[in-house]
Design a protein around this ligand. Structure first.
Ligand SMILES: [Zn+2]
Length: 350
């Protein structure tokens, strides 16, 4: 993609405020997929997102007061930041294990806000949570690209809209194209210390895309896009399980007022985790792309903060629905035929 130089139109409008986790409000009305864009007149308040330091202090705080959570450092980033894995459940081998992975791309931040909300939920000791954790092993790896999310990288972000977050890691590498060679410390740690060690059966890989993605040629802006592994060497059983995971997510999100999902037009490269993890380990994988992102050098990719509430809830809805469907085994009988008619993403105005 060609880099575009854009004017910095949002400087000086930042506000410091509390975290998203203090409230559970789902924003309604004009904040759905057809709601406000960044569009040059909405402010970007990335300070509201958890910084690395705030994320770590949140994780440590929850770990201290929860017996359900086991917190583990599974590696370090290029810049030496610890990478955290939150583990829940008995880790009994008879139970299915699912991994929720967020922010391989540092500018795709709300997925991590959703993951932190899930960590809080799974630490809550409610009856529903106990049912889940007796039957499912849950791994949550929030923010793989901790350096890119801090903007602490060895290249310039001066042409980014906000200049706070980047897709790439500190070495300028796209971590979601490094799942075969694993040359970066973040991907190497993920593979050796999570994927090979805990051998998840399922994974949802949470991302963000641009703001102008539409449902086919309907012109309707989507709240997100999903896709299963598409490399032809993936075992068909694994593809079917991936489609079932996608169906569970689709049904849950589609039931929400803000939910409108398209089929992501993704490639088949094994360097992408959706494909590579399915091929190498037989993990049933689902890519879930949320609308908009925290920062980019293209301003039509950046979404103002008014949409953050529903996008975080969309990620939480997807994760909760997956856990419930795994806990009661209903995922195994979930119908996948919707995939045959789900319109692929299109783009508005490009
Ligand atoms: Zn991404």
């Amino acid at each position: 993609m060609k880099k575009q130089i854009l004017p910095l139109t949002v400087a000086g409008t930042m506000l410091v405020s509390g975290s998203f986790l203090t409230g559970n409000t789902v924003l309604a009305g004009d904040n759905g997929p057809n709601g406000p864009n960044y569009g040059g007149n909405e402010t970007i308040k990335n300070e509201r997102l958890h910084s690395y330091e705030e994320m770590v202090s949140f994780l440590e705080k929850v770990d201290k007061r929860s017996e359900a959570l086991e917190l583990e450092v599974y590696g370090q980033s290029v810049k030496g930041r610890d990478l955290y894995l939150a583990k829940f459940g008995t880790m009994n081998e008879d139970n299915p294990t699912i991994l929720f992975l967020t922010q391989q791309h540092g500018n795709e931040a709300l997925t991590t806000e959703g993951a932190l909300e899930m960590i809080k939920y799974l630490s809550s000791n409610g009856k529903n949570v106990q049912d889940i954790l007796e039957n499912v092993n849950v791994l949550i790896a929030p923010r793989l690209n901790v350096d890119g999310a801090e903007g602490d990288v060895d290249f310039s972000l001066e042409d980014y809209v906000s200049g706070t977050h980047t897709r790439y890691n500190a070495n300028g590498v796209d971590l979601n194209r490094d799942h075969v060679d694993r040359e970066q410390p973040e991907t190497k740690a993920l593979h050796e210390n999570i994927l090979q060690k805990y051998q998840p059966d399922y994974m949802i890989d949470l991302h963000h895309q641009g703001t102008q993605t539409t449902l086919g040629d309907t012109g309707e802006l989507v709240s997100g896009s999903i896709l299963y592994p598409t490399n032809e060497s993936v075992d068909p059983t694994v593809v079917e399980q991936s489609k079932q995971l996608g169906a569970v997510v689709y049904n849950a999100v589609d039931a929400k007022g803000y939910g409108l999902l398209s089929k992501y037009p993704g490639g088949s490269a094994p360097t992408i985790s959706r494909n590579g993890l399915a091929m190498e380990y037989g993990i049933a994988t689902l890519l879930f792309e949320m609308r908009g992102m925290a920062d980019h050098y293209r301003d039509d990719y950046v979404l103002g903060q008014k949409s953050n509430g529903y996008l975080i809830q969309q990620a939480v809805t997807a994760m909760k629905a997956s856990l419930e469907a795994l806990a009661d085994d209903s995922i195994d009988s979930t119908d996948t035929s919707f995939w045959d008619t789900l319109p692929e993403s299109n783009y508005d105005g490009e």
